[in-house]
Design a protein around this ligand. Sequence first.
Ligand code: ASP
Length: 437
Amino acid sequence: MGIKVAKFGGSSVADALQIEKIKNIIEADNDIKYVVVSAPGKRYADDSKITDLLYLCKTHIEHKIPYEQIFQVICDRFMAVDVNLNAEINLKKEFDEIKANLEKGATADYIASRGEYLNAKLIASYLGYDFVDAASMIRFDEKGRFMEDLTNTAIKQELSKHEKAVIPGFYGAKIDGTVKTFSRGGSDITGALIARAMEADVYENWTDVSGFLMADPRIVKNPKPISMISYKELRELSYMGASVLHEDAIYPARIANIPINIRNTNKPEDPGTMIAAEPDKNSDRIISGIAGSKDFTVIAISKNGLSTERGFIRKLAGILEDNDIAIEHLPSGIDTVSIVIDNRALDGKLDEIIEEIQRQLKPDHIETFDNMALIATVGAGMLSRTGVSATLFTALANAGVNIRMIDQGSSEMNIIVGVENKDFEKAIKAIYEAFVS
Ligand code: ASP
């Protein structure tokens, strides 16, 4: 008998019908001991997430606009679930308490966390499991920084008292008891922390897709699913924009060596994607996936003798740091270096940065390109295999895509190319066809 932690995301617990599905999943597998739930998410494309509505209540109060109507929409959704599932919790008492706290000036984190809190209470009652509040286990310090070791011990201590439990995701509490949330989508992190502390055999992450696909289905038609991928490969893909799982959920599972299985609540028969320490040894695929994002700026700097000048890169990095901007990539040549920055982080500071580079570094030439897209082709199968870059560059050349930048990580697990925004989709299709079809 093993231990599994199963986390169900917003769409998996959006209404009574979905919650019935998760009950079937949980009852079919006696190893699922700990269930982590999100707040009810969207039931259909233009529905609202409960978490968004809760934040909206808080904003209304801050602007002294009546919030009661929105609050009622939230109450109605929980009441409908309660009625349909015959759960036995006193929702009216819970709503009154939340409302009273709201009016006393409760924080945005507290109000946002109530979606997970109420949903976990409802689901625990429906499943006949214990409800264990995350506020008693997930710890933050007074500045709101996550406390890893304390949390790990607290989870072990608390959950070892419960054979089966439902735990709300997304939040914990500071030492003084005030609620603190993770960033959006953070229930994934709660699930990973519980899996780590309870030394689970698997962390199942149930969502509304059957795992990761090798490319974005909005760009590539019917991309193949990824049945197995290593944490490292996934990290590279998620960094580049492939999102199914919160990035910070990988670390706790990774250090405890617990595989994460992404599953689909609406298609429980699908095996989904297994994320594990090692890449799939039986796969003969060269690449695992392709991901990318648009809207980066490249600042290309050249200076004669740059490669022998002391402190050049340090000063350059310092200018960016002073402006609180992260450098995404730093490809370099003999007397050239380029920095790649996310446009969203640049926030109108480009001219200032260029002036500062000119003043401090006195380059011979400086040029900017502001409409770059980055595409990462990731795969442990590329490791020490020859001809991979040739295939990739030939595919892009044949598609008429001009490559502006190339960066191959020393891990040899990815090749990142910079292309113009307008070529983004075309480039991804070409790479996919060259390696997969
Ligand atoms: N409910 C929170 C959100 O919408 C957290 C989560 O679902 O993971 O971001």
